[in-house]
Design a protein around this ligand. Structure first.
Ligand SMILES: [Zn+2]
Length: 68
């Protein structure tokens, strides 16, 4: 199961899925300008649902934050 990441809402760049182990969160951010969608926190281990939620947050521009 694979979902496509929309281009960055800010610069049109490429969204990248990142797993932040220290915060137990997964988030999509822009490789080019650094904007981030809302981070999705996961419980014990990362599930596909969490990844899909992070992708949805990015694609729906939920909580998009400018990187600088
Ligand atoms: Zn960008």
């Amino acid at each position: 199961m694979r979902k496509t990441l929309n281009p960055c809402p800010s610069c049109g760049g490429e969204g990248r899925l990142a797993i932040i182990n220290s915060e137990k969160a997964v988030v999509v951010s822009c490789h080019d300008c650094g904007v981030m969608a809302r981070a999705i926190e996961y419980k014990d281990h990362l599930s596909t649902e969490d990844i899909l939620a992070a992708i949805d947050a990015w694609n729906d521009r939920i909580g998009i934050k400018e990187g600088r």
